[in-house]
Design a protein around this ligand. Sequence first.
Ligand SMILES: [Zn+2]
Length: 146
Amino acid sequence: MADQINIVNLPPTQYLVLEVLAARTRTGEHLWTFPSNLGPALRALEDASLISTMNGIAPASIRARLTETGRAYALKSNYAPPVIEMLTKALELLHDFADDDACHFDHHGDCQSHGSIRGTCRNALIKDLLDWHATDTAPYAGGEGR
Ligand SMILES: [Zn+2]
């Protein structure tokens, strides 16, 4: 059904719902809540295989997400929001500065390997963040921020 749709010619509410979901997906949100009075627009997009819906958590709400077809229509693969570009640069810098050597805590709880004091080594926190970012569950992992 989706190949019969011209996104530019969608009714305004459907177009804007698709744009909201695209914008939210770019910021790492894969589900977004809409008021239930948008039900007809959401159902039309779901019938076109562009989104999937489920009951919202809040009263009188519907949650929606882009389907793979919807993502292909609504997201440009070469677009990265400025915040994602900044995050990518920050993570690259953290990766360059992170040390692979193990922490060695002295009797005061200070990491002698990385110069961190009081039990929490900044290098270990950075390594945890980089490890988490490498998983599929992290926002923006694997190009999710398109
Ligand atoms: Zn350390």
